[in-house]
Design a protein around this ligand. Structure first.
Ligand SMILES: [Zn+2]
Length: 345
C-alpha cells in the first residue's frame, strides 16, 4: 500500500555521484598504497552537520521492519516512520522496536484510505484511532501526520491539527514504491537539501539496500539525518526541543550546546577527530559512526556505545571541553563521524 502518486522527477544527481565515486576511488588507491603516508589535513568541518534532512519510511510496520531497523542502526541513521494504525495494532512489537532503535513514530492513517473522500468526523475518527494505537504500542503520541498518497485538503489538515499533529508531505519522492532501482533511490536522496524530507517506504528491499550509499552521499555533503520539526515540518537537529526522541530524554532536562568537530589527522587506515563543545561545561554529545568504521582509541571524555557500535555517546569527565578519538576506516575511507546532538547538563 504505497503512495501511488503520479509525480515524476528527472534523474538528477548523477554527476555529483560520479564525482563522489571518483574521489572514493582516489582515496582507496591512497589507502591501498601499503606505506602509511601520514597526511596532515587542514582542520576541516567534514565531521560536522552543516544541515539536516528528514528520512521517512511509510506504511509500516511490516514483516521486514526489524531488517530495516538493523540497516538503519548499522548506518547510524535515525528516521521518521509514518505508521499505518492497523499495522501497528497487528504488530505492536515492531512499533516498539522502531522507538527502541531511536526512530520517531508518526501517523499515516488507520488503513491507508483515500482520506479526502471522508467526512470530517470520519477523518477525526481515523486519525485519532491511529494515534491511540501508536501511543498504546510505543508510549509516544505522534506529532506528525502524513496523508496516504499525499492526498489532502484543508479539512484534513485542520483535523490533524486539532489532534496535535502537523501535516508533513515530502520534498523528494524516492519512487521506491514505483520500482525504483537502488541507484535511482540513492540519486533521489542526492537531491536533498538542508531541511528537506524524502519519501521512502518500509518493506522494500531496494530501499534497505540503498541506505549505506544514501548515508555516504549525505556525509560527503555534511548533511545528517534529523528529526522533522512538529512546528515547521522541516528537518532539524535531533533533540532540538518539542518532539524530540522520547527514548533519549536530555539528562537532567538540560539545554542544548554546540559541538564542533575537526579532523586534524588523516592517515591511510585511520584518522583522528577532535570535538570541542561550547555553551556548557557539563555535556553529552551523541555521534554516529558509519560502519564498518570503528572507534579504537578515545581521550578526554567518558565514551559508551550502543549495541551496534555505530552510535557513540560521550559525556564530559572533567577533562575540559575538547575530546577526541581515533577511527579505523576498515575499507571506508570517505565517511566521517556525524555529531547528532549536544545536550547540556
Ligand atoms: Zn503510504
Amino acid at each position: 500500500m504505497f503512495g501511488r502518486l503520479g509525480s515524476t522527477h528527472p534523474p538528477a544527481g548523477s554527476r555529483r555521484l560520479a564525482h563522489t565515486a571518483r574521489l572514493a576511488a582516489l582515496a582507496t588507491a591512497v589507502a591501498m598504497g601499503g606505506v602509511a603516508i601520514a597526511v596532515t589535513a587542514a582542520p576541516s568541518s567534514a565531521a560536522a552537520c552543516n544541515g539536516y534532512v528528514g528520512l521517512t519510511f511509510d506504511d509500516g510496520p511490516t514483516g521486514s521492519t526489524s531488517a530495516l531497523l538493523n540497516v538503519l542502526r548499522n548506518n547510524g541513521v535515525r528516521a521518521t516512520m509514518f505508521n499505518v494504525g492497523q499495522n501497528v495494532q497487528n504488530n505492536r512489537a515492531a512499533a516498539q522496536a522502531q522507538v527502541a532503535a531511536g526512530m520517531w513514530v508518526a501517523n499515516h492513517s488507520w488503513n491507508h484510505a483515500h482520506m479526502t473522500t471522508m467526512s470530517q468526523s470520519q477523518m477525526q475518527s481515523d486519525l485519532s484511532q491511529t494515534s491511540s494505537a501508536i501511543q498504546s504500542a510505543t508510549g509516544v503520541r505522534p506529532q506528525l501526520f502524513r496523508p496516504p498518497y499525499g492526498e489532502t485538503n484543508s479539512t484534513l489538515q485542520s483535523v490533524a491539527s486539532s489532534l496535535g499533529m502537523r501535516q508533513v508531505l515530502w520534498d523528494v519522492d524516492s519512487q521506491d514504491w514505483n520500482g525504483a532501482s537502488v541507484s535511482a533511490i540513492v540519486s533521489a536522496a542526492g537531491r536533498l537539501q538542508n531541511g528537506q524530507v524524502i519519501l521512502m517506504h518500509d518493506g522494500i528491499q531496494n530501499t534497505q539496500n540503498a541506505i549505506p550509499q544514501i548515508m555516504a552521499n549525505l556525509t560527503s555533503r555534511n548533511l545528517c539525518p534529523g528529526m522533522i520539526s512538529p512546528s515547521t515540518g522541516r528537518a532539524v537537529a535531533p533533540d532540538g526541543g518539542g518532539g524530540g526522541n522520547p527514548t533519549t530524554p536530555p539528562p537532567g532536562g538540560g539545554g542544548s550546546c554546540t559541538a564542533t568537530a575537526t579532523t586534524p589527522n588523516v592517515w591511510g587506515d585511520r584518522y583522528n577527530t577532535s570535538v570541542t563543545v561550547s555553551g556548557a561545561s557539563s555535556w553529552t554529545v551523541v555521534i554516529g559512526i558509519t560502519s564498518p568504521q570503528r572507534v579504537t582509541t578515545t581521550w578526554n571524555g567518558s565514551f559508551s556505545w550502543d549495541s551496534s557500535g555505530t552510535v557513540m555517546t560521550v559525556r564530559s569527565n572533567g577533562s575540559g571541553n575538547t575530546f577526541g578519538f581515533t577511527t579505523m576506516m576498515n575499507g571506508n575511507s570517505g565517511a566521517r563521524p556525524q555529531i547528532r546532538s549536544c545536550t547540556a547538563g
